[in-house]
Write a protein that binds this ligand. Structure first.
Ligand code: HAM
Length: 422
């Protein structure tokens, strides 16, 4: 038997209803706040991700699914959505008509990480991106949106962590201080981090190797190096969050795993998923639009890990169980023919109706109806056809009613079923 690829998964009926509900609630919220959907391709030129996420990040160095297409051009299955959203903004000159754009996008991402609970090689993200707004109001609004979404989905046991990563003005001084420490701790750092010390020192703060974590415990904090502009911006974000009643903690360790971040960064963390504590992450990326050859434009966004979210929402699958509203138990060819016409017509009326198509006995059809969870069963045999009356059984109450089999039969069935539909 051919099985699916390691780290990939199917989302089967029975589970998918919960995903649909999460998607519905997310779309509603984003649309209410003026976001418009954007759909971007699953594959892009490798350069797009290498430039945006950063050559010396784990994602670009180790985790991308990159391969040459038949002409030899390098293409990559997208590991995230932000780079593509910005590419689209620049490529279609969306800034020309109005530089301020709010996007959301939902779809699969691909990273070749070691699979474990909450970590997959194909996973899904719900992204929100605002391009063209510098104001700290929008930072607070995005975190507020995340908190609201989690609340609507009845997620508990989560905390918003926030930090500021400064800007090109304040970061060099921090980098210098950090490099001093990295030189002193050389012997304690893993091989990757020793390499990163010169290529991308900030990434050492993100390393999960215990020795590196220990060595970085006394690392300087970017918050102590913020320039006046970044400090005022970060203070204002916090004030807005307080006014909006969104609880948060300031987390100096939060550096995020992608290089494009500036100023505000944030993560929603949970204790419910073991090692994979981040349900959502995001931040400002004020330099990215320009880096991708667009005008100098600030931007900020976040991505929620859909798979992780689905594991911790307080909604239960049972709330979305789907069962046919009607099962027609038909005996004999003439009855089956009528039953078939009726289930097709009922489908057009928005009623899910099923029948047996394998010529089973009445007893096994009744079992089948029971198993399907159908709300009503219409029993239609030769004698019912002859008498012009069939029996409709309410499967919850077991009450039975006669239904006249005349040319208003569809209306009669609907009159029975509709009061019980939601
Ligand atoms: P990220 O932190 O790399 O950020 O990913 C965001 C979220 O995606 C994570 O918090 C996690 O919930 C989920 N996630 C990441 N990798 C996996 C995986 N292997 N399996 C399951 N879930 C995973 C970004 O991707 C940025 N583009 C977010 C952003 C948008 N920043 C600004 N705008």
């Amino acid at each position: 038997m051919i099985q699916l690829i390691r780290g990939f998964k199917d989302i089967l009926p029975g589970e998918v209803e919960l995903w649909q509900e999460i998607e519905r609630v997310s779309r509603d919220l984003f649309e209410n706040f003026g976001f418009r959907e954007i759909r971007i391709p699953i594959m892009e030129k490798t350069d797009l991700f290498a430039r945006s996420i950063g050559e010396h990040t784990d994602i670009v160095e180790k985790e991308m699914y990159t391969f040459p297409d038949r002409k030899g051009d390098l293409i990559t299955l997208r590991p995230e959505a932000t780079a593509s959203v910005v590419r689209a903004y620049v490529q279609h000159k969306m800034y020309a008509a109005d530089p301020v754009r709010k996007f959301y996008t939902i779809g699969p991402m691909f990273r070749r990480e070691r699979p474990q609970k909450g970590r997959y090689r194909q996973f899904y993200q719900i992204n929100a991106e605002v391009i063209g707004v510098d104001s700290p109001y929008i930072d607070a609004q995005l975190i507020f949106l995340l908190a609201t979404l989690l609340d609507r989905l009845k997620v508990t046991d989560v905390a918003a962590h926030i930090n500021s990563l400064g800007c090109p003005e304040c970061r060099p001084a921090f980098r210098k201080a950090l490099s001093g420490l990295l030189d002193a701790k050389k012997a304690q750092l893993c091989a990757d981090c020793n390499r990163r010390s010169s290529t991308n020192p900030l990434r050492v703060l993100d390393c999960k190797v215990p020795g590196c974590r220990e060595a970085m415990a006394e690392a300087p904090s970017l918050l102590d190096y913020l320039c006046d502009g970044c400090r005022a911006h970060f203070d204002s974000v916090q004030q807005s969050l307080k006014r909006l009643g969104v609880p948060f903690v300031i987390d100096k360790q939060l550096v995020r795993g992608l290089d494009y971040y500036t100023r505000t960064t944030f993560e929603i963390q949970t204790g419910a998923l073991g090692a994979q504590s981040a349900v959502a992450g995001g931040g400002r990326y004020d330099g990215l639009v320009k880096m991708l050859d667009g005008p100098n434009t600030p931007a900020i966004g976040f991505a929620i890990g859909f798979d992780r979210l689905a594991e911790i929402v307080g909604l239960r699958q049972a709330d979305f169980e789907k069962a046919p509203q009607l099962f027609i138990a038909a005996l004999g060819d003439a009855s089956a023919e009528k039953a078939f016409d009726w289930i097709c017509r009922l489908g057009l009326e928005g009623v899910t109706a099923e029948m047996d198509m394998a010529g089973r006995s009445l007893k096994s059809q009744m079992k089948q109806a029971d198993r399907s969870g159908a709300g009503f069963v219409l029993i239609l045999g030769e004698s019912e056809l002859a008498s012009g009356t069939a029996i409709m059984r309410n499967m919850r109450t077991r009450a039975q009613t006669d239904v006249a089999l005349d040319d208003r039969i569809i209306d009669r069935i609907l009159a029975h079923i509709r009061p019980y539909s939601n």
